[in-house]
Design a protein around this ligand. Structure first.
Ligand code: GUN
Length: 279
């Protein structure tokens, strides 16, 4: 079994981004908006800021109170859309209940939508003609590439159908010529399907959901989960038992998580180059 080292691959990706920024003498800016007090979101946003600082991207952080109105949030997005120092805009999800995520995502200029959540970017991904890829699925594809794991012709099973991970993940695997099945909470006989997977991506949001009996011998297992058991970070995969069967597996932490941030940095650089017409 090979442990997929997301931290190491993310360091390589971030290094490439940092080198390109220096080489081309670019000024790159990322605005991150956080509304409210979600503890996990606070950590993610802090990590994004740290990554920006480490690689030479200017980070603009907007920490807004829980009771921010939609009008206030949309006004901020509009200001950032028109600010040429800001190449990328990211509004951390989930938003507090009184704010409509769709409305906010739709307000972000597609050229600055480094999450690739705007319908224009989602549509472009669907037809395979895109500028940005959503960070988590893109990070997973980058890890597969780094470890020379070929997707062509493989049976790929994605558990989870979220707009952020499951759906775009399925599309990227399909673009890479995988034969893709998407499973979800209403799937019947889930284990019968996952047991056929050469590449299994777990994005369910339930700790240790994927157990040994659901995994084929020699499968590549990618764990997108970020769950907590008694405060301890834990993936969607029961690592201890599944790692005995898998040929490759991502740990939590140190797998998909660091890659998500690295791909955000890459998307922000792409946005800056496009906006400044730099190749
Ligand atoms: N919440 C969980 N993952 C993400 C992400 O990739 N981007 C944003 N904006 N919010 C998230």
């Amino acid at each position: 079994m090979t442990l997929i080292d997301g931290k190491a691959v993310s360091t390589l990706v971030k290094g490439r981004v940092a080198d390109e920024i220096k080489e081309k003498n670019l000024s790159v800016g990322l605005a991150v908006i956080l509304v409210g007090e979600n503890p996990a979101s606070k950590i993610y946003v802090a990590n994004k800021k740290k990554a920006c600082e480490a690689i030479g991207i200017n980070s603009y952080e907007y920490i807004l109170p829980e009771d921010t109105t939609e009008q206030e949030l949309l006004a901020l997005v509009e200001t950032l859309n028109n600010d040429s120092k800001v190449n990328g805009i990211l509004c951390q999800l989930p938003l507090p209940k009184h704010l409509d995520e769709k409305t906010v995502i739709n307000a972000i200029s597609p050229e600055k939508d480094v999450d690739a959540f705007h319908p224009v970017n989602v549509g472009k991904i669907m037809i395979g003609d895109y500028d940005f890829l959503p960070c988590t699925p893109a990070g997973i594809m980058e890890m597969l590439k780094h470890y020379n794991i070929d997707v062509t012709g493989k049976r790929c099973v994605v558990i989870g159908r979220s707009n952020i991970v499951g759906k775009p993940m399925a599309m990227l695997l399909l673009h890479s010529n995988g034969t893709v099945t998407v499973c979800h909470s209403k799937t019947e006989n889930l284990a019968d399907i996952t047991r056929n997977a050469d590449i299994l991506v777990a994005a369910v949001g339930k700790a240790k959901f994927v157990t040994e009996d659901m995994v084929k011998d020699g499968a590549v297992v990618i764990d997108v989960g970020m769950n907590r058991i008694d405060g301890k970070l834990c993936g969607d995969v029961d690592f201890e038992s599944v790692s005995k069967k898998a040929s490759f597996i991502t740990p939590v932490p140190g797998g998909v998580g660091p890659m998500t941030i690295a791909m955000l940095m890459k998307n922000t650089l792409t946005a800056a180059k496009k906006q400044n017409k730099v190749e």
